[in-house]
Design a protein around this ligand. Sequence first.
Ligand code: URA
Length: 245
Amino acid sequence: MSSPEERREALKALFHDARGCVRCPELAQTRHTVVFGAGNANADLMFVGEAPGRNEDEQGLPFIGQAGQLLDTLLGEIGLTRGEVFVCNVLKCRPPGNRDPQPVEIERCQDYLFRQIELIEPVVICTLGNFATKLLRHDTTGIMRLHGRAEVRVVGPRAVRLFPVFHPAAALYTPSNVDVLRRDFSALPELLALGPPEQPAAVVEAPVAVAAAEPEVLPEAPLSEPPEPEARPEPETHPAQLGLF
Ligand code: URA
């Protein structure tokens, strides 16, 4: 277990790594910003959505469009604010035209999410929709069957209480889904009150590296592949993104 300040610093270092990411050539070329995630680095509750949309890509923050407004409402109804939770996505870049994330993109991006989870050590991870649920359960079972049922899952080195719910965007056009989401959200306070699940025996508390991580060395691309594009220069700071940690 690291101190709140250490977690914040480690998360900032990860953010600085991610913001120049070019692992997905198409996404690196078309995005405006890497939407790393925002909220409380010491949150007990973490939300994982699918991928940034247009508004998120422009502003660098997750869930700030209509789906985000619904998320805020649902959080408010259980007495929570964005500043108390951490919100991020499976993909940190917007897929052009809001198309579905591709399996190869999920694979290339997943390290960032797993590292975020490892650093934040949430008690509950609420997966929003199919993409996050399938990735964190390593299973293809869909959200229709799983929503509203908590289960203990080992994610990376830790056990967490995983709680799949519908994606808020799926509720925007189907009002009955809002009722389902509301009912599922109402179970979250009790789930959080249970505290962390028993941890796997192999978990040893590793100190979190506070210094910026070494830049990742990617394997060289085969000669037949086009060269990876240069990362677009990111604006120097995203105060809102960092300020919330
Ligand atoms: N939908 C998502 O999955 N994530 C966002 O950040 C916004 C909309």
